[in-house]
Design a protein around this ligand. Structure first.
Ligand code: PRX
Length: 650
């Protein structure tokens, strides 16, 4: 961030909001005085069948146990307890399909649907602790399936519907899933988009899956595997709408969510029950200042990512919120679709990603200006640093200059918000996530782990365990320790982000410091894309970098060396297209490179390491940095000459 961004204004909390805010400044003092006591208070916002004997067991770091000995059921906390308290008629979701079809689900109805689905899972032999893969579009059954798993103690593993059959297969195998829940397809960009073929392909390559349950959404033709495949309507509809939830241990696994690391193999991040729900529920209530009787809350993200898990499903439902859930893309059938949704459902809180905001900026402020957005009172941002220009645009054109913006820093691994302003307390600085939430301890350190003072730049670390932290990487405790808890010792979590502390001690996130790219708020590792490229028969070697991109934050730029048997004529634009498609097939469309450059050599150090820094300079059209450690500095001239004038869009 440039110094000038710090001069672009300060935004104090709106006085009416501050006066009625769910959380006031004293929360910071309370948590500072007694951090564990603070989290105990937040845990008591939930309903426990049995209270814990001990708040935190950190005897064997980095393996944490929170609310030891406590027992609760997540689905009960998200559903039944609200119905029992007389809120069965409150709307849980206003769901809208991309073609314009709608469904409204009250807490009462959702509870019954989840009970039916839970009974169906039990009939299919799914037991507590079993893993269930969910590969779905954004439809209510996705949430119902997740909650049904939680209700019976099965561990859900949602795979984003945009991922390929390959990606799905490797996740099913790693998790050992016994069941897959999917649909024929979903609607995207005005057309049905199939999901079942990818499941068929993936399941044929795995041996743990017994059944595939298929929700009918688009009505498109599907291949049917007799004996294995079952229609959701056939197995769920006839079940009883009643099911008595069993309370599970606070540390019972709740879900696995795969995310990219610095190697080609994604990591199965494991979240458990009591601590996760405590922090997700409290942050959703505190950071968005949720008033369940007045607000209409909308996280415009996919349930297939952690943002959807925590802030479409578990946070909002545990707080009895009314949410909007939308299936499709923001420009279908027109570029005002989101604003039309906000106007119709009177959305009061909107949570989305900077990349989407920058896309709206490109489309122009005239579009939101045609709609009545006066119901909005609070905005949120997540997924990557929000540049001050986008922040100010969002504040003015969507928030009407009156809505505070919560820039929330967190990760799949943290499970819930960690660094963010609080709407009734913080004077906002556009572009900065600012302060750790009460009960969380974040520091900026140098390479040796020494804490840095104000006005300095270094690495972000978390220095105390937090309730919604990941517990391990599924099946790989060693990798868990190595990845997050080895750089600065077993008590310090290394987040992988660079950060700056300004003169007031506010934190500015600066992006990843490892080989992980952030494309449209999605994490993709350079090695994952490289190994997809080299798996193509024409590619001998590949190097991938994330280059800054005005809309997506980072764009994927690949440099490939072709195999000797590929002729000059074969190596043109057609091959580049083939390689792009190949990556889409291997990983998914989100990993499709923005540019692929065919080169003769890659810049390497004398020890054979690819110098990505130089490739990034080329990809971002910068003056080349220091090339003296290169084996052959003329390589860079050759590569620079190859660079096409303008990046081609996919
Ligand atoms: O680099 C940070 C960035 O996204 C990473 C986490 O990605 P993921 O696990 O996919 O979760 C995304 C949704 C929580 C972080 O390491 N990131 C996320 N939020 C912000 C952010 N960077 C800056 N500011 C944010 N608000």
């Amino acid at each position: 961030m440039s110094e000038s961004t710090q001069l672009e204004g300060r935004f104090p909390p709106p006085p009416e909001l501050a006066a009625e805010a769910n959380v006031k400044a004293d929360a910071y003092e309370e948590a500072a005085r007694d951090r564990l006591g603070f989290w105990e208070t937040q845990a008591r916002r939930l309903s426990w069948e049995k209270e814990w004997d001990r708040v935190l067991d950190w005897d064997k770091p980095p393996f944490a146990k929170w609310f030891v000995g406590g027992k609760l059921n997540v689905a009960y906390n998200c559903l039944d307890r609200h119905v029992e308290a007389g809120h069965g008629d409150r709307v849980a979701y206003h769901w809208e399909g991309e073609p314009g079809d709608t469904r409204t689900l009250t807490y009462g109805e959702l509870t019954q649907e989840v009970c039916r689905a839970a009974n169906a899972l039990l009939k299919l032999g799914v037991q507590a602790g079993d893993r269930v893969a969910i590969y779905m579009p954004m439809i209510p059954e996705t949430v119902i399936a997740m909650l049904a798993c939680a209700r019976i103690g099965a561990v859900h593993m949602v795979v984003f519907g945009g991922f390929s059959a390959d990606a799905l297969a490797s996740r099913i195998t790693d998790a050992g899933a016994v069941l897959v829940i999917t649909s024929d397809g979903g609607y995207r960009r005005g057309a049905p988009s199939a999901l079942k073929p990818a499941v068929d392909d993936a399941v044929s390559r795995t041996d743990s899956v017994r059944n595939v349950v298929v929700v009918k959404r688009t009505g498109q033709d599907v291949e049917w595997n007799e004996g294995r495949d079952l229609w959701w309507d056939d197995v769920v509809a006839r079940q009883s709408p009643e099911h008595t939830p069993e309370a599970f241990d606070a540390e019972h696994p709740l879900y696995i969510m795969y995310t990219s690391g610095t190697t080609a193999k994604p990591k199965g991040i494991l979240h458990t029950t009591g601590g996760y729900l405590t922090q997700v529920s409290w942050t959703h209530w505190a950071v968005f200042d949720l008033k369940p009787d007045r607000d209409v809350f909308w996280t415009a993200a996919d349930v297939g990512w952690v943002t959807g898990h925590s802030y479409i499903v578990y946070g909002p439902l545990s707080n009895r919120a009314t949410s909007v859930m939308y299936e499709g893309t923001p420009d279908t059938p027109h570029k005002g679709r989101w604003w039309d949704i906000i106007q119709r459902y009177k959305v009061s809180i909107l949570y989305t990603a900077p990349t989407t905001i920058r896309t709206f900026m490109k489309w122009g402020e005239d579009i939101p200006a045609e709609y009545d957005l006066s119901s909005l009172r609070l905005l949120g941002s997540v997924g990557e640093p929000i540049n001050p220009e986008a922040w100010l645009w969002y504040h003015k054109n969507i928030g009407g200059g009156r809505c505070p913006i919560m820039d929330t820093w967190w990760q799949t691994e943290t499970g819930a918000h960690m660094i963010t302003p609080l709407p009734g307390v913080t004077t906002l600085k556009p572009g900065s996530a600012q302060t750790p939430i009460p009960g969380v301890s974040a520091k900026v350190v140098d390479d040796e782990g020494n804490e840095l003072g104000d006005d300095s730049t270094g690495l972000l670390v978390l220095t105390e365990p937090w309730p919604s932290m990941l517990r391990t990487i599924w099946g790989d405790d060693d990798r868990y320790v190595d990845t997050y808890w080895s750089r600065f010792g077993k008590n310090v979590y290394f987040a992988g982000d660079g950060a700056k502390k300004d003169a007031d001690g506010d934190i500015w996130l600066l992006g990843r410091v490892d080989d992980v790219m952030n494309v449209s708020g999605h994490r993709i590792s350079t090695t994952e894309v490289e190994s997809a490229l080299v798996s193509h028969p024409t590619v001998a070697e590949a190097a991938v970098v994330g280059a800054s991109d005005p809309t997506t934050g980072q764009g994927i730029v690949a440099f490939v060396i072709l195999r000797g048997n590929v002729t000059e004529e074969q190596s043109g634009e057609e091959l580049v297209q083939t390689l792009r498609l190949h990556v889409r097939r291997e990983i998914g469309p989100i990993a499709s490179p923005r540019q692929i450059m065919v080169v003769q050599e890659l810049p390497k150090t004398r020890s054979g390491k690819i110098m990505r820094r130089l490739l990034r300079d080329v990809a971002e059209n910068r003056e080349l940095g220091d090339v003296t450690t290169l084996t052959d500095s003329s390589v860079m001239e050759l590569i620079s000459e190859k660079l096409p004038a303008a990046p081609s869009e996919d």
